[in-house]
Structure formats: C-alpha cells, structure tokens
Ligand binder design. Structure first.
Ligand SMILES: [Zn+2]
Length: 258
C-alpha cells in the first residue's frame, strides 16, 4: 500500500529544494533546482519551481496538492521549468480548482510558460510593482521591478511576526537593500565576482547590501558553476567575519526557521 509521508517542514520554516543557478549548474544538475518552499500560517507555498521541483517536493513529503500558492519571480527556465507539473499536481489533474499563482505578465502572456488548458483551475494574479497580496492570511509584498533580462519581481513573505525576503535574479542596485528588509533575506547570487554583461548578483554585492541593511540572517543561493568551484560556504564565512552578519550559503535540502 502506498503511504503518504508527512511534510518535512513545519510551520514557519522554509526549505531549499534546489540551490543551483545559471545554465551550467542547473542544466547539468550540479546542484538541484526545485526552488524554495515554505510554510506560514500552516499553509504551503512554492517559489520558483525550476527543473525537478515535482520530484524533489514529493521526495521530501511536500505534496503540491497541499499548496495554497506559487510565486514565480520570472519566466527563465531555471525558475519555472516544472511549473506545469506542479500545477497539474496542485489541481489533481485539473479535477480540483485550487491555489493562486502570482507571476509576471511576461511569463503568462508575452511568451507564456504556463499552459493554457489548466488555467481555469487556479487563480492567476499578474505581479505588479510594490503591491501587497494576501493568500490565505499570508502577505506577499512585492518590490520594484528588478534589473534582469525579463520582467522579474521579488517579495517579502510574512505572517504575523514571521517573515523572509526573497531577492531573485537581478543586477545590484541600492533600492534592493532599502526594500528587502526582513530578519531573513535570501538572495540569488549567481557569481562570486562581477561578470560584465550579466544581470546577476555576485558575492561582492552582498557587502554593498549589508552596508545599508543588516538582517539577522542573509542566505545566498542560486549558485552558478564558477561560484560553486570557489566554495560559496567559505565566501559566506568570510563575509560573516567582515560584517558580523550571519551569512550562509544554502545547500539542497537546507531548512531554515522564519
Ligand atoms: Zn533569470
């Protein structure tokens, strides 16, 4: 008989189902790429379900048919490749109308990554800048449009006094540190050093961020291959030493209290 496992995260926790970023580490699966899932107000949410999100979530006892919502930051494949599988599972093959998806218009209209046939089975909201959404009590506070190659938004997710900020792909700009203020801040840091011509954060940008705002915990994730080769956990330790902020490099399966 098939037995269902219990969820492996508790309320007020998040889990990294993947920590790979950029083409090489994602599409060679150097690290996994299932996105970040979290529970607030006892509701389950998924952020950026990249390649492998369905397999990784179920493997860890996180069943998409328990999802209240999905937040998609942007339409790049390392963030959205599994979104249709997750929707199919969330809506039980289209038999149940369930869940809410917040995604930019560029991902739903311009060059859609969500198939049409299942769209009536969930509530779709197109992300707007600096807007506050509420899904089953959980607040999703979006910030300004990011400097990336397609329409991209991050948000601060909160319920009562539990919250975290998610900074998806972007080139660094000062407003990031003024906007994403929360005890726990997650940033997609693809590179170790600046790479000209790429709209991504690198680990030196974390110093700039921490000069303006110091969270209790800063988590780097979404590592490109060149950063992984430089051992991001060692870079994180170095930043902690210099800034006195608890900076960590995420790993696949890492669970964090929020
Ligand atoms: Zn991207």
């Amino acid at each position: 008989m098939h037995t269902l496992k219990m969820n492996t995260i508790n309320n007020n926790q998040l889990i990294f189902l993947g920590t790979a970023g950029g083409r090489f580490s994602v599409f060679n699966q150097i690290r996994k790429s299932g996105g970040i899932w979290f529970k607030l107000n006892n509701r389950l949410f998924a952020i950026d379900p990249g390649p492998g999100a369905l397999i990784e979530s179920i493997k860890r006892g996180l069943f998409p048919n328990r999802l209240s919502g999905i937040f998609l930051s942007h339409r790049h494949l390392d963030h959205c490749a599994d979104i249709n599988s997750i929707i199919e599972s969330m809506t039980e093959g289209g038999h149940k109308r369930r869940g809410c998806i917040i995604a930019p218009k560029a991902a739903t209209d311009e060059d859609p990554v969500i198939l049409n046939y299942n769209r009536n089975n969930f509530k779709l909201i197109n992300t707007a800048e600096n807007s506050l959404y509420e899904i089953e009590g959980v607040k999703i506070d979006t910030k300004m449009k990011h400097k990336h190659t397609t329409e991209t938004y991050g948000a601060v997710f909160s319920f009562e006094n539990h919250s975290f900020a998610y900074i998806p792909d972007t080139k660094y700009f000062e407003d990031l540190a003024h906007s994403y203020q929360s005890d726990v801040v997650i940033a997609n840091v693809v590179f170790c050093k600046e790479k000209k011509g790429f709209m991504h954060l690198n680990s030196n940008d974390i110093y700039k961020f921490l000069e303006i705002f110091k969270p209790k915990k800063m988590i780097m994730t979404h590592f490109g291959l060149s950063f992984l080769n430089k051992k991001p956990w060692e870079i994180a330790r170095e930043i902690t030493k210099k800034t006195a902020v608890d900076v960590v490099a995420a790993y696949d399966g890492m669970v964090v209290d929020i």
